[in-house]
Design a protein around this ligand. Structure first.
Ligand code: NAD
Ligand code: SER
Length: 323
């Protein structure tokens, strides 16, 4: 990888991926793009080239990638699960309409494409714990439908047109730089801010709802490592299961309460997001990623919580017992 363009770069993943790519390859070799133009002091704008780009505009996608000349496009622009259930037609238009334009422009301009899939690509008929790499994929959300269709479309462009497409099924992602964009796992970010700012949090999922989660540095590294992986080792492409930790709201609350005495958490499940979460896996089997490109996460629950709190400015006040 020598030169990369990122769509949806102002979002939760893009904000950190762009900074990591610039640190690795040099600022002028990374073009950050998004439908919305963030403020001038936003890191993706302040740290290097930024251009407004609607991923569903095929002419613009071909023109911008043609003139910048990336060898990899990280296609992050999408509508996430909860917003997608509120606006399913918009989720379809952006998630499918954007991806097909990125793939079509790849045929013309010859770049590789990274596309995130999600735990949302599975549904209630999938074995939930552990969820195999190759298994039933019958999601019941529009977001999930676009993720499964996107995986198939990426595989199709690879075998039919030779486009180097690769993807990851991300779990819920926890990060401090940018807010999450309207998903079902957003509680795991909100709870940190609530703990530090209000001392209390009302969680929109039930306390025992177990989902796969990952800290953003692992998610960013996984994307970069996958795009550097030896293609002759890849039996799967779109998309690899990856995971780092399995969490319930109650476990995350407990980890925060051990570090922030007095933090109070209540539960008021939102029916839409609870139903989405209940349809998703409890634990992904990531053995294909481990075997085919040596995937390994670095952050578990305690490392993630400590690092999040340090970046959000919280001085640790108590020693947390290990184990
Ligand atoms: P996000 O909502 O934070 O960011 C998405 C960005 O896309 C936003 O900045 C938005 O302005 C932009 N966008 C929307 N429509 C656009 C368009 N037409 N053209 C260009 N940009 C447009 O999302 P994220 O969390 O950064 O997710 C990025 C990708 O990773 C998505 O495909 C998402 O499904 C996937 N993913 C995310 C998570 C997670 O927990 N964050 C988990 C699994 C998969
Ligand atoms: N974190 C994402 C969401 O909740 C999963 O893809 O929508």
């Amino acid at each position: 990888m020598r030169r990369a363009l990122v769509t949806g770069a102002a979002g939760q993943i893009g904000t950190e991926l762009v900074q990591a790519l610039r640190a690795e390859l040099g600022s002028d070799r990374i073009l950050a793009t998004d439908l919305r133009e963030p403020d001038a002091d936003h890191p993706v704008v302040a740290g290097g080239p930024f251009q407004r780009l609607d991923c569903t505009d095929g002419d613009a996608m071909t023109r911008v990638t043609g003139s910048f000349g990336p060898d990899v496009v990280f296609h992050l622009a999408a509508i996430l699960s909860a917003v997608g259930e509120a606006h399913p037609e918009k989720a379809y238009a952006v998630n499918m309409g954007g991806l097909v334009q990125v793939l079509e422009a790849a045929r013309t301009n010859g770049y590789a494409v990274f596309t995130p899939s999600s735990i949302a690509a599975f549904g209630p008929g999938t074995p939930p714990d552990p969820t195999p790499q190759d298994t039933i994929q019958r999601p019941n959300t529009m977001y999930g439908v676009t993720k499964v269709a996107g995986e198939l479309l990426c595989d199709y462009y690879h075998h039919r047109f030779g486009v180097d497409t690769r993807g990851l099924r991300y779990p819920g992602l926890i990060s401090y730089s940018a807010p999450p964009g309207g998903g079902t796992t957003d509680y795991a970010v909100e709870i940190f801010h609530a703990a530090l700012e209000n001392g209390s949090y009302s969680c929109f999922l039930a306390p025992e709802t177990q989902l796969d989660m990952m800290y953003m540095p692992d998610a960013v590294r996984a994307a970069m490592e996958l795009m550097e992986a030896d293609p002759t080792r890849l039996r799967h492409r779109n998309a690899f299961n990856i995971t780092a930790m399995q969490l319930t709201p109650a476990q995350l609350a407990q980890a925060l309460q051990a570090r922030i005495p007095g933090f109070a958490v209540t539960y008021d499940p939102d029916p839409v997001r609870q139903a989405i979460a209940d349809s998703w896996p409890r634990r992904l089997d990531d053995s294909a990623a481990r075997e085919e490109w040596d995937w390994a996460p670095a952050y578990g629950l305690d490392e993630m919580v400590d690092d999040m709190l340090a970046h959000l400015g919280h001085p640790h006040t108590v020693d947390v017992p290990s184990g």
